[in-house]
Ligand binder design. Structure first.
Ligand SMILES: *Cc1c(COP(=O)(O)O)cnc(C)c1O
Length: 220
């Protein structure tokens, strides 16, 4: 991360490392937090539920980075989640807003965009983003921190880069056209295989799993 920042002429502290801890057991996560890591992301509610109590004595920031079904909204809000990075539909936006209103609280969120145009991936189509953001502005409980994407998975670096350039351009457009506040500037993009490219394109959070914890035996 530091060398990618240097190459891109960025300060090393301008990018945060998020540990993507799916399938990683609590005792191994504990080692990472005790070594100084402060930001974790889980993909599944069940994993939050299982690991949270085992790590409750530690101080760290929890983000949700997986697809959230609307019938799981109540559950996720129990787990002290600081940010849901994967807001990917109008239905989820409205139901989350309703629930947060009922609970009298607000939540940090990021809008997930499908920048690789793969049908298998969640996220808004880039074309839908401006109208979505205008709806989001009406939801007082949802505090937009920025944008998240899962880039194209490909060995061709330049093809991967296009995903990340696109997310950056969407953010810049939304800010410069006054649709969102300049504060909504986070770009959560880049994983083990391509975090350098993402940093060169402006990532402020990279989400890393296997490069830290080793290869997962299953993707769940
Ligand atoms: C698993 C996962 C990551 C990390 O992937 P690695 O290739 O293991 O670094 C990042 N983001 C999301 C949304 C993930 O599900």
């Amino acid at each position: 991360m530091a060398s990618a920042c240097e190459r891109a002429g960025r300060e090393a502290d301008s990018v945060r490392l998020l540990l993507a801890t799916k399938t990683v057991a609590s005792d191994r996560i504990r080692v990472a937090i005790e070594a100084g890591e402060t930001l974790l992301g889980e993909n599944r509610i069940q994993e939050f539920a299982a690991k949270n109590p085992e790590l409750s004595d530690l101080k760290y920031e929890r983000h949700f980075i997986g697809h959230l079904q609307t019938n799981k909204i109540k559950d996720i809000l129990k787990y002290d989640v600081k940010c849901i990075q994967s807001l990917d539909s109008a239905e989820l936006m409205h139901k989350l807003d309703q629930r947060l209103q009922a609970e009298g609280r607000s939540l940090d969120i990021m809008v997930q965009v499908n920048t690789s145009f793969e049908a298998s991936k969640y996220g808004l189509n880039p074309d839908e983003v401006p109208a979505f953001l205008k709806e989001l502005n009406k939801c007082d409980t949802l505090k937009l921190k920025g944008f998240m994407t899962i880039g194209l998975f490909d060995s061709d670096t330049e093809a991967v880069r296009r995903s990340y350039t696109l997310l950056r351009e969407l953010r810049d457009m939304a800010i410069s056209e006054g649709i969102v506040s300049p504060e909504s500037k986070e770009l959560s993009m880049g994983m083990s295989a391509d975090l350098e490219t993402a940093i060169e394109e402006g990532a402020t959070i990279v989400r890393v799993g296997s490069a830290i914890f080793g290869t997962r035996t299953s993707n769940r």
